[in-house]
Design a protein around this ligand. Structure first.
Ligand SMILES: Cc1cc2nc3c(=O)[nH]c(=O)nc-3n(C[C@H](O)[C@H](O)[C@H](O)COP(=O)(O)OP(=O)(O)OC[C@H]3O[C@@H](n4cnc5c(N)ncnc54)[C@H](O)[C@@H]3O)c2cc1C
Length: 457
């Protein structure tokens, strides 16, 4: 039997608020389905000269993000300007290095430039005849009953109303669209700040644009209560991010002068300092930003407003999944439209939030869990031994044991399922590891018997 033709999309215009990573990808998905789309964005067009990039210059893109990009045919284009990172390289306080692969041979996460990705998605969205991008339009508020946006035009400073038929809030962690939903009855909302902030710094390229650290790796300087990471750029430099307490003896508050910064870095990150000639200038010039987890529900209002991306689930960056989760929102919405039809918005919105909310909550928990792993556990030889043993278990029991990191990063298993499986596996490892002191112990008959018993249960 031939597959029935999908129902024709309704001709109503769809409104997307926020043309960041998720909003620009979502616009592309909606436009490719035949919907007229208008997009409002507070900032100026990032493709125009003189535009200042915002936070975090490069991001780790992994399988969930790739699949969403493949869905609109842009993955190959982005892959060409991404740098595969096949593992983590830990730098200890003496500068000694330890490498831990992220997955199996051939698996990698990619360092991609946020600005490039956003500009490319905007180019593709704009190339659709049914997309209208409007920059310099800040949403100040929304009348949900009258379905009217209250916007301010940055060029004229004039405020003006704009009606909408269906609105997608992709305006980030401090979403104005969510702000309107928060004023409705029985709206659940929480925001939790870490007592840590972050600051971006740079490891310079070497002579002739050479990478001064291993290029195909994410570098970590784990220091127990804080950490620095570095992701490679195409020009040979690395973007570093220092995740550091706001207050305390070793904190942003404690480093007040260029001498404080230089002394501290020389003591705790000695191998990085010679590669960071602009350290003190950047330290005092670049902002210190905060880290927040935002949870809210519902993500829809009536049948005409839906939140996606950071607007509904902002998370801390330690699993490198915020953008990937927001991109997965776009794939899931697209799949629901395929399944339920483009005219079935009420059912699509309802199913979307039912499916995505538990997964977003699990991802928020995973991101917090990984903070302790990155700043502390990766420096512990026992932890690294455990990871090697887990890789052996995965090889011995394919399909029955997938390390948590791989489930989150290299699979499309719903985050909530991955997190539950990861917790079960952690419990198994807690029972197994007391009997394992070296990699060779894994082959001991008693260890193998215990493992077989654990996995049979
Ligand atoms: C330090 C750091 C590192 C990170 N690293 C990673 C990583 O490695 N991998 C990963 O997957 N994720 C990472 N993330 C998370 C990622 O940055 C976010 O999840 C992602 O940017 C969310 O995209 P978004 O489009 O939902 O929101 P945003 O990127 O915040 O975009 C929102 C857009 O809406 C616009 N806007 C906001 N308010 C209004 C308004 N009132 N009116 C009109 N427009 C408005 C903004 O100008 C912006 O363009 C990181 C985050 C941080 C902070």
């Amino acid at each position: 039997m031939p597959t029935p033709a999908p129902p024709l999309p309704a001709a109503e215009p769809l409104t997307v608020m926020g043309a960041g990573l998720v909003g620009s990808l979502l616009s592309l998905y909606l436009a490719r389905r035949g919907h007229p789309v208008q997009v409002f964005e507070r900032r100026a067009d990032p493709r125009r000269a003189g535009f200042q990039e915002g936070r975090s210059i490069n991001l780790a893109l992994s399988d969930r993000g790739w699949r969403a990009l493949e869905g609109v045919g842009v993955a190959d284009d982005i892959r060409r300007v991404g740098i595969p990172m096949t593992g983590r390289v830990m730098h200890d306080p003496q500068g000694a290095l330890t490498r831990q692969p992220y997955g199996q041979e051939g698996q990698a996460i990619y360092s991609v430039n946020r600005g490039h990705l956003n500009r490319r998605l905007l180019d593709l969205a704009e190339a659709q005849p049914n997309v209208r991008l409007r920059f310099g339009q800040q949403c100040l508020g929304i009348d949900l009953k009258a379905r009217t946006l209250h916007l301010r035009d940055a060029a004229t400073q004039q405020e003006h109303p704009a009606p909408y038929a269906r609105l997608f809030g992709t305006d980030g962690a401090f979403s104005a669209v969510r702000g309107a939903l928060q004023k409705t009855d029985r709206y659940d909302y929480s925001q939790d700040y870490l007592e840590y902030g972050y600051k971006e710094l740079t490891i310079e390229a070497g002579p002739d644009g050479a990478w001064q650290l291993e290029k195909n790796a994410l570098h970590i300087w784990p220091r127990g209560q804080y950490l620095m990471i570095a992701l490679p750029n195409l020009d040979g430099s690395f973007n570093c991010t220092l995740y550091f307490p706001f207050e305390g003896p070793e904190s942003f508050a404690a480093l007040q002068t260029p001498a404080d910064v230089a002394d501290f870095f020389a003591r705790v990150f000695p191998d990085a300092v010679p590669l960071m000639p602009r350290l003190t200038t950047e330290y005092f010039h670049n902002p210190t930003s905060s880290l927040v987890t935002i949870r809210c529900f519902p993500w829809k209002h009536a049948d005409d407003v839906l939140l996606l991306g950071d607007a509904s689930h902002a998370i801390v960056p330690f699993y490198g999944q915020g953008m990937n989760a927001g991109f997965e929102d776009c794939s899931v919405l697209n799949e629901l439209l395929d399944r339920l039809g483009d005219a079935a918005w009420p059912a699509v919105f309802a199913e979307f939030q039912t499916q995505r909310k538990p997964n977003a909550d699990a991802m928020a928990d995973l991101a917090l869990y990984n903070f302790a792993e990155m700043r502390d556990r990766v420096a512990d030889p026992r932890f690294l031994l455990q990871k090697k043993i887990e890789a052996k278990i995965a090889a011995q029991y394919p399909g029955r044991w997938t390390p948590l990191y791989s489930q989150v990063t290299f699979s499309h298993t719903p985050y909530a399922e991955a997190w539950a499986a990861g917790q079960r596996q952690d419990a198994v490892m807690a029972r197994l590891m007391p009997h394992i002191h070296t990699e060779a112990d894994f082959d001991q008959p008693a260890v193998q018997a215990q493992l077989a018993q654990e996995l049979a249960g």
